[in-house]
Design a protein around this ligand. Structure first.
Ligand code: ADP
Ligand code: MG
Length: 252
């Protein structure tokens, strides 16, 4: 059974998509079979792998038109594409019975085919994110080291708690990590201290440094390991992947 990890934070621009792309690519390089799911109508994950105009997307699957169709992006790495049409899904599915479970049901036939399934959530806490949290075993929260970053988390923790109570008993926050980190900034170091105090052992030791190559790679339709395997971004995401695998081997 694959581990299902939702990557969410309702704040935009914190590094959700960059992290799902590069954790996925890193785990695939470490010989894990990985499925990445683009649950965001902005379709940045889909575009990051150079998939344009996909024939099958998550939108039609959620509407019941077909099953989830993984697109192969690289060795050991498949992607479920999204499209702008997905922005209508929350409204269109709002009166459907069992609407929170639609994605769980769709994912079910694929779970045994992968070691890791990671879901890139949109920057909101609506029905799409609820569907991701209902299917997931774990929740990863990427954060920028800003003063207000932690204050904003109250809301996502509240939603996770409700999902846990009513829809999915398994879900746990298992990985909080900092992105776009600059250790020369006192503010960044202070925020990391606060995050460690608050989330304790749920915080990954690895911090993803601010690295322009991470912002450039998507324009080439590829991940950081293909774009520039020697940059800080590749180093940090590979270290994070190893930390994820180590934690999982310890918790088995
Ligand atoms: N560690 C980093 N260093 C530099 N730029 C980054 C880093 N992480 C993300 N970015 C850039 O910041 C922007 C927001 O990141 P993104 O992953 O799209 O966030 P989200 O999915 O949370 O909205 C993007 O332009 C991305 O390329
Ligand atoms: Mg995104």
């Amino acid at each position: 059974m694959g581990r299902i990890i939702a990557c969410s934070n309702h704040k935009g621009g914190v590094g959700k998509t960059t992290s799902v792309v590069n954790i996925g690519a890193g785990l695939a390089r470490l010989k894990k079979k990985v499925l990445l799911v683009d649950m965001d109508p902005q379709a940045n994950l889909t575009q990051s792998f150079g998939v344009n105009d996909p024939e099958f997307t998550i939108y039609e699957a959620l509407k019941g038109e077909h099953a989830l169709v993984p697109i192969n992006a690289d060795t050991n790495l498949d992607v479920i594409a999204s499209s702008l049409e997905l922005s209508g899904a929350e409204m269109e599915l709002s009166s459907e019975a069992g609407r929170e479970y639609i994605f769980t049901e769709l994912l079910d036939p694929l779970v045994d085919k992968y070691d890791y399934i990671m879901i890139d959530c949109p920057p909101s806490l609506g029905l799409l994110t609820i569907n991701a949290l209902t299917a997931a075993d774990e929740l990863f929260i990427p954060l920028q080291p800003h003063y207000l970053a932690i204050k904003g988390l109250t809301k996502i923790i509240e939603v996770k708690d409700k999902v846990k109570k009513r829809l999915n008993k398994k879900i746990e926050i298992t990985g909080v990590f900092v992105t776009q980190y600059d250790r020369r900034k006192i503010l960044h170091r202070d925020v990391v201290d606060t995050i460690n105090t608050y989330f304790q052992d749920k915080v990954f030791n690895t911090k993803i440094r601010d690295n322009i190559a991470l912002a450039e790679a998507p324009s080439q339709g590829t991940d950081i390991f293909r774009y520039n395997p020697n940059c800080f971004g590749a180093e940090d995401y590979m270290q994070l992947c190893k930390e994820i695998l180590k934690r999982h081997s310890q918790s088995k």
